[in-house]
Structures are given as C-alpha cells and as structure tokens.
Design a binder for this molecule. Sequence first.
Ligand SMILES: NC(=O)c1ccc[n+]([C@@H]2O[C@H](COP(=O)([O-])OP(=O)(O)OC[C@H]3O[C@@H](n4cnc5c(N)ncnc54)[C@H](OP(=O)(O)O)[C@@H]3O)[C@@H](O)[C@H]2O)c1
Length: 311
Amino acid sequence: MTDVRIGKSQVYASTLGLGANAVGGHNLYPDLSEEVGKEVIRTALNNGITLLDTAYSYGNGRSEELIGEVLQEAAFDRSRVILATKAAHDSQQPGKFNNSPKFLQQAVEHALQRLQTDYIDIFYIHFPDEMTPKNEAVAALQQLKEAGKIRAIGVSNFSLEQLKEANQDGYVDIVEDRFSLIHREHENDLFPYLKENKISFVPYYPLDSGLLTGKYDKETQFAPSDLRSKNPDFKGARFKAIITKVNQLEPIARDYDATIAQLVLAWYLKHPQIDVVIPGAKRPDQVAANAKAVDLQLTVEDFGKIDQLFK
Ligand SMILES: NC(=O)c1ccc[n+]([C@@H]2O[C@H](COP(=O)([O-])OP(=O)(O)OC[C@H]3O[C@@H](n4cnc5c(N)ncnc54)[C@H](OP(=O)(O)O)[C@@H]3O)[C@@H](O)[C@H]2O)c1
C-alpha cells in the first residue's frame, strides 16, 4: 500500500486506513464483540493498512485499549503502525468539549497509557470547545510534539474560520471532517485553504455509514436502536434519491470487477484533495474487502463520471 505524508510532519501513513469507531465503541454501537473488534484491527494490519483512526470517545477509551492490546501481540510491530487518536470530550463535564492546554496534555498522557505506547503519531482535537483560543490549544499540541509525545497535529469538526485561528502559527498538519460523495460542501470552503497551507485531509463517514456500499434498497428500514434511523441520509425521499445514484455505480464497479464500496473508496483515493481514507468496519471481511480498493486504478473518465453523478 502506498504511503502519504501527513501535512508537513514526518508521519507517513497508508493512504487507506481503518476507522476504528466500531472497535470497542460500545456507546455508539451497543452490540459489538470486543474479540471481533480486535480481529478487525489484526485484519487491517495484515492487509497492509498502517493507519488506525481511533478516539477517546469511541467507548470512552475502550477502542484505544483494544488497539493497544493488539499491538502488544508478537505478530505486530508498533513502529510500523500509525496511531491516530483524538480527544475533547470531558468526562468531568459530560456533554462538553474541552480544548484547554491542561486538558489536552492530560488527554495525551491518558491515551498513551491506553494505547500502551510512548508516542501518538497523529493527535486530533476532536471538537472545538467554546472557550479556548484555537491557536493556544494547538500551541499546547506543538509543545507535546516537541516533547516527542505526538508526531503530527490534527483538528476535527472545525469550521474554516476555526481552522484559520488554529493554524495561525502553521502548526496544523491534518484536518478530519465529514466528507463523502454525498456531502461535498468542503470542496468549496475547506479545500482551497488546506491546499494553500499544505494540510492533509481525511474524510470521515466515507461510506456514509454503509449507504455508499450498495447493500441497501429503497425499502430498507432501520431499527430505532440503529444510529442510521436518525440520520437524514437514511430517511424518506433523500434516502431513495441516494439509492438511485448508488445503483448507477453498479455497472462501473462491474467493469473493474469490484464492489461498489471499493469503487467509492477508489474515487476518494484519486481525489486530489484527499490524502487518506478511513472506512470503518464491524467485521474483518469488510476490512479485507475495503483494503483491496487501493488496487483499483480508476480512469480519469470514470472518476469524472462518478464526480458528476454525485455533484
Ligand atoms: N472525527 C470525527 O468526528 C469522526 C466522526 C465519525 C467517524 N469518524 C471516523 O471515521 C471512521 C469512518 O466512519 P464510520 O465508520 O462511522 O462510517 P463509514 O466508514 O462511512 O461506514 C462504515 C460502516 O459501513 C459498513 N461497511 C464497511 N465496509 C463495508 C463493506 N465492504 N461492505 C458493506 N458494508 C460495509 C459497516 O457497517 P454495517 O456493517 O453496520 O453496515 C461499517 O461500520 C470512523 O470509524 C472513525 O474512525 C470520525
């Protein structure tokens, strides 16, 4: 798998990573098996994926702990893995975000313990808080970088204005935000700034929680306990319109002997403003299938066709 440089840092990550919010993320998906979650991680690493994207908020640290346990196994070499984690959820003030320098310093220390490592490759401020000047929060991360505790600085869920404030000193290496074929607003706001400032971009929800895999039809219903039942993309006319478009990907995918999910992931991999894609997975077979997207060489013509279909 090809590696990509993260911003101006010395971190080089596989262009296809693993989104690990379904590994130990019991608060998001209550029925998860931790053993399956660990197997998801092993499958990613065994298929050439080096970047693992986790966060404190995925199971209140449990996702990080399970990743840390897998990395202790003899089969894996910590130095070949790129660990990305995030923090901002303040367990002392439930429902509030905290970006204060003190909070971020402690969050990094606690994440290091859960991950059983002495450095984090990419550390993101998961969400902006209401009180900390963004450049002061990032300056605290820069100090942690200089101390060797983290290797690259990221922010997530920041507006363009918040990002500009955060990057006043040029310290931000990577931005993680919602973006997919059906959520493309950032092409107009964030992307020009990221390009100008050599900041990497990683989209989250690249498969729109499974909707862009082609496995649903217009009649599919989701149980009230399933997060998707509350997602507007999975409701009414919008859901049906998206399904119609996704179905049009089928013949293109067939030409490549690929699945729709692989085709969609290959589209991101070819997008000039996207550096890394982190599809999530609840099963090892999904990870193994998604990893094969890196072998799909999408033509410029097909990239354009998919681009127009979802414009
Ligand atoms: N920074 C942030 O605030 C933020 C927010 C959200 C997510 N993230 C990160 O982004 C990552 C990706 O987001 P996500 O995992 O929520 O959504 P996603 O990547 O859009 O969708 C992942 C889901 O799609 C289904 N799936 C995956 N591969 C498949 C395949 N080959 N065939 C069929 N179904 C497949 C699985 O769910 P089912 O099996 O249930 O269908 C899987 O859990 C997360 O894991 C997390 O690391 C970050």
